[in-house]
Design a protein around this ligand. Sequence first.
Ligand SMILES: Cc1cc2nc3c(=O)[nH]c(=O)nc-3n(C[C@H](O)[C@H](O)[C@H](O)COP(=O)(O)OP(=O)(O)OC[C@H]3O[C@@H](n4cnc5c(N)ncnc54)[C@H](O)[C@@H]3O)c2cc1C
Length: 460
Amino acid sequence: MTTPPRPLRVAVIGAGPAGIYASDLLIRNEEVEVFVDLFEQMPAPFGLIRYGVAPDHPRIKGIVKSLHNVLDKPHLRLLGNVTVGRDVTVEELREYYDAVVFSTGAVADRELNIPGIDASGSYGAADFVGFYDGNPRFERSWDLSARSVAVIGVGNVGLDVARILAKTGDELRVTEIPDNVYESLSRNRATEVHVFGRRGPAQVKFTPQELKELDHSPTINVVVDPADIDYDAASEEARRASKSQDLVCQILEQYAIREAKEAPHTLQIHLFENPVEVLHRDGSVVGLRTERTELDGRGGVRSTGKFTDWPVQAVYRAVGYRSDAVAGVPFDFERNVIPNDGGHVLDNAGVERIPGLYATGWIKRGPVGLIGNTKSDAKETTDMLISDAVNGALEVPTFTDPEAITELLDARGVPFTTWEGWHRLDSAERALGEAEGRERKKIVDWEEMVRHAREVPVCI
Ligand SMILES: Cc1cc2nc3c(=O)[nH]c(=O)nc-3n(C[C@H](O)[C@H](O)[C@H](O)COP(=O)(O)OP(=O)(O)OC[C@H]3O[C@@H](n4cnc5c(N)ncnc54)[C@H](O)[C@@H]3O)c2cc1C
């Protein structure tokens, strides 16, 4: 057994929770000394915690405070505003690091192939989330003129989208949303938000807390039709097998039987309604057609041939996120993940390991699961990497000087941001928020983020 004679240098690609947890585990392992360079395409770290978790979930956004402790460590260096595959290639990284870990997550919407899905007024949830969470890559304003809106999908992202659409702009103004988002949300005319899922209460993907929390807004009356509460033997088994699913069923039942709440906005969750077509006139959404389903006794549903047209003027599909391929790394275009054996990157055939390349987080196992799940996932991957290092299975890179990579980025004119830069941007956002009595107000312009992070004075 050989131990590397010098500290290991690892590049982790993607500063979302998976990349940060993996970096932490690598630095804290007791077998090999590891230095990590954490590459991130955005000028700011934290991935979907910053650009996915809804702004009215400050407790979850607060997870970044614990991640600060990791990024504060001297063995970790953040290199933000660097897109791997564009500013620096994977092939090049292999010359500078003993190992490369991909934690590039997911940003785009999975497709939903039903007629009319491309009509004007039909949106992907990821685009709307990117907008309201102030991601500089997404639209800066949003047409919220629809009075009735449909959300397709019965997972937590569907609930986020429905809740943001059903709340008032003023309710959200206390959060970190930037001015452009507040301006659009304050013009929101939606009074009815309908969430559609093709299966029943025992099959929805909500988590209890998110479902219950819908009712906390004084402006939202949550409605479930008692006819949408139905269970067969397989559903009862699913409830017995999962405490969380059972709680979800109980909450849905409560919504179904209680007195209507006096509130200006209705959010109705429709179960056993399978969206089959987005209806449109002159290219714009005028409705959603669903087909009623029923339980098939085996844990699934079957069609009934009964259709309903719901008059809505906007449709949001929240049917899952999708990861993008990184240039120079194998990609499984069917599962939308980097092929891997639980940590090692495999070739495109999914057979041979590619030495020195690893994957973790959503890019490893697909876009499901909460932030906490990325921790155990990172452990599996980093254990493999450390074991490979200890067993001498990693190739020695050509360049071992830590400054060689920043010199390369400088030579290419890549204006990378650092952890100190994040502190400057963070302070600027906090100062903007403080002036309005909030904790933070996000800066949404990419160049402005970079200017703050790189300490060039901003002209106002
Ligand atoms: C809308 C939404 C709301 C959610 N809300 C919650 C919630 O309330 N609670 C909860 O626990 N979980 C929530 N989740 C789930 C949680 O966000 C994920 O479990 C988690 O973010 C996955 O972590 P990750 O690091 O794998 O991916 P990500 O968070 O996506 O991080 C990947 C990072 O890689 C970067 N990157 C990608 N490509 C490159 C490249 N080529 N070069 C450099 N950098 C790159 C990206 O910019 C990003 O920062 C939510 C998810 C979504 C989509």
